[in-house]
Design a protein around this ligand. Structure first.
Ligand SMILES: NC(=O)c1ccc[n+]([C@@H]2O[C@H](COP(=O)([O-])OP(=O)(O)OC[C@H]3O[C@@H](n4cnc5c(N)ncnc54)[C@H](OP(=O)(O)O)[C@@H]3O)[C@@H](O)[C@H]2O)c1
Length: 321
């Protein structure tokens, strides 16, 4: 079968199209014939070496794949045979024509949803629902969503606006700002402007932010601490697009009565996994709308990574075997 092998850590060029043995499903596993493979932002960090790759290299790359269950390992529910699913691997093996994954990692795709839509929505949808569960955003609250134009940020924007919150989004440049508004942001600040936090503070005119969904990390929140609602303000730290997690100290939080929830690590990812069926249900009933930017042939995985890293994608990037 054709697969994308990661030869070493590095730039997109370390993702190479090769023939590989078709995997056999072990006990408790399914084999999925992949039709749509999402290219996920954290995968770019695994490829570059910023996040660890959990297997010896070279190895077939990729976290998730959507398609048809073609074979069952021992002990797997026979009703899964032929089902349309999104499978989640143990962080490798998904950029391939055939993907082995634990049967309890698969999410069955509801009728009415295409395989591409499910592949595009599963990760951002499940992370968004887990974040909203932790944040408990209420009507009338003011929410800051960083990087609101694509992925998780766009889904947070949509669902917070639907819950009656006032959403202030951040985005890079006019086209991303327009997208964030389309997703439901009431105001958008360009986070590529060096003074964006000053602009945001001025635009609040004395009001405060109740919930921050922090995907930029680094020092971005430090200048905003005094415009987060004292005692009630919640910060959900789930990404570090600037290269480091939120650089806040316990003193920063304690003196203002703020809560910071760390949204990473094994226990958090289990919360995210538990939201996968609900995420696809939210797409099926129209609460979440998958936006696909580009579908690349599987062999062009390196180009797909470049598109994501260069911030050119305006929606999900998929691979088609
Ligand atoms: N904790 C979790 O469970 C979890 C799970 C999945 C992903 N994540 C993290 O959540 C964040 C967002 O993921 P996503 O899948 O929603 O991403 P995505 O759809 O690929 O969007 C990322 C957006 O971030 C913005 N951005 C800002 N700084 C960037 C930079 N230095 N490089 C690239 N993009 C930059 C870009 O928008 P502009 O052009 O508008 O700046 C880009 O459109 C990432 O940090 C990811 O690692 C966390």
């Amino acid at each position: 079968m054709q697969a994308i092998v990661m030869t070493e850590t590095g730039g997109p060029e370390v993702l190479v199209a090769r023939e590989a043995d078709r995997p056999r499903p072990g006990a408790g596993q399914v084999l999925v014939r992949a039709e749509a493979i999402p290219v996920l932002f954290p995968e770019t960090k695994v490829r570059s070496g910023e996040f660890p790759f959990p297997a010896p290299l070279p190895a077939v790359f990729g976290f998730q794949a959507a398609g048809i269950v073609a074979e069952l390992g021992d002990g797997v529910d026979p009703s899964l045979r032929g089902a349309r699913v999104v499978a989640s691997t143990s962080s490798f093996g998904a950029y391939a024509e055939y993907v082995a994954a634990e049967a309890d990692s698969v999410t069955v795709i509801p009728d009415g949803l295409s395989t591409e839509q499910a592949a595009a929505a599963l990760m951002p949808g499940s992370v968004t629902l887990a974040l909203l569960d932790a944040a408990r955003v209420g009507p009338g609250e003011t929410v800051l969503v960083e990087a609101a134009a694509t992925g998780i940020g766009s889904y947070l924007t949509r669902l917070c606006a639907a819950a009656g919150a006032r959403v202030i989004g951040t985005a890079g440049g006019p086209e991303k700002a327009r997208l964030a508004r389309e997703h439901g942001a009431h105001a958008v600040i360009d986070h590529t402007a060096p003074d964006w936090t000053d602009q945001l503070t001025a635009s609040l005119a004395g009001a405060t932010i109740d919930v921050v969904f922090d995907s930029l990390g680094g020092d971005s929140l430090t200048p905003l601490l005094d415009v987060i609602t004292p005692l009630r303000g919640r910060i959900l730290s789930y990404g570090w697009l600037t290269g480091a997690p939120a650089q806040l100290t316990a003193t920063d939080l304690i003196l203002r009565g703020l809560t910071l929830t760390g949204c990473a690590g094994t226990a958090w990812l289990a919360e995210v996994a538990a939201q996968r069926p609900a995420a696809l249900a939210a797409v099926a009933d129209g609460r979440l709308v998958p936006v696909v930017d580009t579908v690349f042939p599987l062999a062009e995985a390196a180009e797909a990574h470049r598109r994501l890293e260069d911030r050119r994608a305006l929606g999900a990037v998929l691979l088609r075997p």
